[in-house]
Design a protein around this ligand. Sequence first.
Ligand code: F6R
Length: 242
Amino acid sequence: MRIIVEKDYQAMSKKAALMVASQITLKTDSNLGLATGATPLAMYEKLIEMYKQNEVDFSEVQSFNLDEYCGLKAEHPNSYHYYMYDNFFNKINIKKENIHIPDGSAEDFNKECRDYEESIKKERGIDLQILGIGSNGHIGFNEPAESLNVATEVVDLTEETIAANSRYFDSKEEVPKKAISMGMATILKADRIVLLASGKNKAEAIKDTVSGKISTKVPASLLQTHPEITVLLDQEAASLIS
Ligand code: F6R
């Protein structure tokens, strides 16, 4: 596990963008695993700037998002589809057919999960997976539990995650209770992983992730088993690790 600590959120995001861009420079048809949430927003902004400066070209890149809420259509402003197009895809030259996000409005969610897993395999897996982390140690929507999902599955959101994500909705009641999420093996099969965390509220989860025991109670702690994992932090998120 490689741990990099940057002074603040902007510096962390700049480094993350450089890592994504160098992946694409080395392999123009890279398969990127992408996350939503607050953490990667400035990384996406910096990648858009780099694209405008002709420093990175997404024309052969494929993307696979980690997760999507069940029950939200792509055009719903709180769907992860909407987030990705609004914050990133609409502003770069990625091809629409190369974008993969679980369909939160699928008729059969279990079939959608199987198809999604298949689509990752068909494209020969993920080269670089970007992750955020919940303050309870979740990655994707793999929440702390006695056991964790292996492959892409429908998952129940915990109260903690519903409360955390309610900031984007008018009320807590409107937050979907289920989501489709890549499973732990789906994530761990990526060739390289970069876990991003910023802010004091992530410090405890980061401490457990990098130096705690491997436990399904802290899903991100399983990342310790990955041979090519970089944990990219700002000083606040790193404040409880030495
Ligand atoms: C998002 C995702 C989540 C977030 C996590 C942190 O696609 O998979 O696991 O990465 O909830 O969210 P933020 O960055 O908003 O703190």
